[in-house]
Design a protein around this ligand. Structure first.
Ligand code: ATP
Ligand code: MG
Length: 563
């Protein structure tokens, strides 16, 4: 491809609204441009990369028997109402004004619609249907460029099986295909068992990439590979021993002391000696008291798993009515509620907590002696430096971006939409479904997050828009332009994909900077000086190493390098 005839609007400056490296570099290297918040256009080089990634996905999906579909993005709202997902998506769902349509944020409903009545018999199953198609989500905070767009490309796949055993097989096939896809794209990723909380206990795994730009927080063990979203992650809890002697309970006047920090400052104690009290409302009618060590927060997801049903924090107005005190003065003594304490507080004594009376606290609390029927559960967040529950190695807690998600749906959509098949005895059953998504632009942006330097992007053998970047330095010089044209011609005929900087009016400096910014791994530089020795130069973008090569050895050299 000729630079002079291709739209590659490179920029020297960092665009104002871009913060993370991939966002900055995709704009600076002329891959994308923003149309409006969370809405991006892909320019020729950017779209070339999207097509390459899509092709890798397509090959691996076809290899597990996937059949490619193309479904409409414009969907009748009715079908989304049937599955209850107009409410479930809430404001994230785009609605078409004056018409009962929505813009599809995913396609479970529509695939299920086509399966219904068409996959009639066990003989028609299993099936894997997928597409690579645009999705619409009104993300409340679109940011990080294409990593969180309001319109984005997703590879979404759906499996249809006769039973859960079949689903297990389809799920395993996708798991393997996903690993191949991300490996082939050269991404360093890890797999996390995701929270199944609100979705009803089906198995689900997320493919994640470590990045400060991520919006998920995960705990990860580099030794054994244990990885979990902090919503569910556990770590080894180092028990704190009881003091040998339990003090008597005593009340302390603590005027205007509201927070744990204020209490620690006022009493000159450590926050690990405090039992922080929080009121939650279980199933909308039953208050429960949650006790955490002073420096720990309630992990609401773990609390929900422990209690089941629904759980919400008590509103400030409710607290006084339930406990007799405002937040900050609540505690476990004489409260008459179900009490659940985090395991870090197990059997502890000489603790401080609220007195259920504003401006008073209680010291000398012994949870064994003073709080009957107390229950214990793991209710905290795992932290960096704590020990892995599997191998005792140190855990790391960090931000991560979700690249893909595989999910055992079961019969949720088949039940809602009546998607059923007949078995060999003529009895009918719901079809068992799985759903599997990958963000195509996220693969591209995440690759850049992991491969760049101060000069620009660093493509490699896994992913690059072109094999070679050919730079003709002074194209006004006939010898330079003749040789450069000849190399372009011959290597193109040999099957190499080349970006040929044939621009006549740009300086060598501009061409070098653009080549480094765009980041194709191998640069071939044709200049007057080297031509005098019948040589040209090969430069490796990543290391900056340069080699002189005789012109007639170029092709062999390139073959050797690319091998
Ligand atoms: P996230 O938690 O990041 O919002 P999600 O759980 O909503 O992701 P899924 O509904 O499972 O994502 O969608 C499948 C895949 O689509 C994700 O793994 C991700 O790679 C991609 N994806 C989801 N939302 C967006 C978005 N707003 N912009 C770009 N890609 C997205
Ligand atoms: Mg989302």
């Amino acid at each position: 491809m000729r630079f002079s005839k291709t739209f590659i609007p490179t920029l020297k400056e960092t665009p104002g609204d871009a913060v993370i490296p991939s966002h900055i570099l995709m704009i600076r290297a002329g891959l994308t441009r923003m149309l409006s918040a969370g809405i991006y256009s892909f320019l020729p080089i950017g779209y070339k990369l999207i097509r390459k990634i899509s092709e890798v996905i397509r090959e691996e999906m076809n290899a597990i028997g996937g059949q490619e579909f193309h479904l409409p993005a414009l969907n009748p709202k009715e079908i989304w109402q049937e599955t209850g997902r107009v409410e479930a998506f809430g404001d994230t769902l785009f609605h078409i004004k004056n018409r009962d349509y929505v813009l599809a944020p995913t396609h479970e409903e529509i695939m299920a619609f086509h399966a219904k009545g068409n996959l009639k018999s066990y003989k028609d199953l299993p099936q894997i249907w997928y597409q690579i198609q645009t999705k619409f989500r009104n993300e409340p905070r679109p940011r990080s460029g294409v990593i969180r767009g309001r319109q984005f490309l997703m590879k979404d796949a759906y499996s249809f099986d006769v039973d859960y055993e079949g689903l297990d097989k389809s799920y395993e096939a996708h798991d393997k295909a996903y690993r191949k896809i991300f490996d082939r794209c050269g991404l360093k990723y890890f797999v996390v068992g995701a929270s199944s909380g609100a979705m009803g206990g089906s198995k689900s795994e997320e493919f994640m990439l470590k990045s400060d730009a991520g919006e998920d927080t995960v705990a990860y063990c580099s030794k054994c590979g244990y990885a979990a979203n902090v919503e569910v992650a556990t770590s080894i809890i180092e028990p704190i021993k009881r003091d040998e002697i339990s003090k008597e309970i005593y009340e302390i006047s603590t005027p205007n002391v509201k927070s744990i920090d204020e209490l620690c400052g006022f009493l000159k104690i450590d926050d690990t000696q405090c039992a922080k009290s929080r009121i939650y409302i279980h199933n909308n009618d039953t208050p429960v008291l949650i006790l955490m060590q002073g420096n720990e927060e309630v992990n609401e997801n773990k609390l929900l798993s422990f209690l089941g049903g629904t759980v919400r924090p008590g509103h400030p107005e409710e607290l006084k009515e339930i406990t007799g005190a405002d937040a900050g003065s609540i505690g476990p003594i004489k409260i008459g509620l179900r009490i659940i304490a985090d395991l870090k507080l197990k059997d502890r004594n000489n603790l401080f907590s609220g007195a259920n009376k504003n401006d008073f606290h209680i010291g000398g609390i012994d949870l064994v002696r003073d709080v009957k029927n107390i229950e214990y559960a793991d209710l905290r967040f795992a932290k960096s430096g704590e020990k892995c529950i599997r191998c005792q190695n140190e855990l790391e807690v960090f931000k991560a971006i979700e690249l893909g998600h595989i999910f055992k749906l079961g019969t949720k959509y088949s039940d809602a939409l009546g998607v059923r098949y007949l078995d060999e005895h003529g009895k009918d059953h719901p079809i068992v479904m799985g759903s599997y998504g990958i963000g195509v632009e996220r693969i591209l942006a995440c690759f850049i997050e992991q491969n760049y330097d101060e000069k620009g992007i660093l493509w490699n053998e896994h992913l690059t828009p072109f094999d070679l970047h050919l730079v003709g330095l002074n194209m006004k010089n006939n010898e330079v332009s003749n040789i450069a044209e000849k190399i372009f011609d011959e290597l193109t005929k040999k099957g190499y994909e080349i970006l040929f900087d044939d621009r006549i009016d740009e300086t060598a400096g501009v061409k070098f900077n653009d080549a480094d910014l765009i980041g194709i791994p191998i640069q071939i530089i044709v200049g007057e000086k080297n031509l005098k020795e019948n040589s040209i130069e090969i430069k490796f973008r990543k290391t900056g190493e340069r080699y002189k090569v005789k012109i007639d050895e170029l092709e062999n050299k390139i073959k050797e390098i690319i091998k």
